[in-house]
Ligand binder design. Sequence first.
Ligand SMILES: NC(=O)c1ccc[n+]([C@@H]2O[C@H](COP(=O)([O-])OP(=O)(O)OC[C@H]3O[C@@H](n4cnc5c(N)ncnc54)[C@H](OP(=O)(O)O)[C@@H]3O)[C@@H](O)[C@H]2O)c1
Length: 285
Amino acid sequence: MIVVTGATGALNGATVEHLLKRVPAERIGVSVRDVGKARHLAERGVRVRQGSYADPAALRHSFEGAEQVLLVSSSDRHADHVGLHRVGIEAAVAAGARRILYTSHQGAGVDSPFPPARDHAATEVLLAESGVAWTSLRNGYYAHSVLWLLSPWRQTGEIAAPADGPISWTDRADSAEAAAVVLAGDRRFDGPVTLTARQAVTLDDVAAMASEISGREVRRVVLDDEEWIVDKVADGMAEGMARRMLTRYQAAREGRFAGVDPLLADLLGREPRSVAEQLEDGSTG
Ligand SMILES: NC(=O)c1ccc[n+]([C@@H]2O[C@H](COP(=O)([O-])OP(=O)(O)OC[C@H]3O[C@@H](n4cnc5c(N)ncnc54)[C@H](OP(=O)(O)O)[C@@H]3O)[C@@H](O)[C@H]2O)c1
């Protein structure tokens, strides 16, 4: 059996949908915090059990009989993410899983200025120490989140943000599908694998794309980091949040999201969606 956590979330919810096209429903289990939100899966024959990284006993029960467990990276703000992932890994080991998969992020690194990257790296160390085969799916930066990094360019005609670096913006739906291909397939991937779109672009490139799509000039304006923080706080954002967001730019400047890898296209058997396509169809702006 393949057991998927976070199946009531966007990424792993989509992975379960793709799994249902590849393996019989009775071979799929989900471990979810709220079983009421997974009724649609139970109705299609998926085993639905309650489980949370905050409740080791329930988690173990929800992993019962799993050959593979897909652990979602915790998303709760202010949570001890690595501590929660440790509980997930220990429960998968206790359940006898033969492989643990984990939704990591491109640029995972203990020395990254971007805090989630440090959490992912620490979790990968736990996976390596678990004694069980593991795969860390280092997904590219969600392409839809480029919207959060942009100022409202459609109104202002400019993208005003701190200095950045190339990012291989990747469609979350593509990452979800690739996870299902890996879970259902015969190819084994040991350790971290990077799943990205084909192209890494800077905000200069995004401004050029936005100009072409909108038919009007969209200018890229580089703001000083502290000036940008002041602007965000003036717009009502808590300073701590603004400083956390700044770490994305800092990590991008260091080239931590710049890599591109052909594996995603290989797994999908088609080209991953590009950020240009997503900008064009309006899904990112
Ligand atoms: N690659 C990227 O650019 C990027 C960007 C943002 C986030 N991420 C990471 O990717 C993950 C998946 O993204 P998403 O878009 O699917 O997010 P999402 O829609 O918020 O889904 C997160 C899922 O994780 C579950 N979850 C959170 N904390 C948990 C816990 N303590 N125990 C058990 N389950 C828990 C949630 O359960 P409920 O359904 O009960 O809430 C939800 O199903 C996120 O959790 C985050 O770590 C990646």
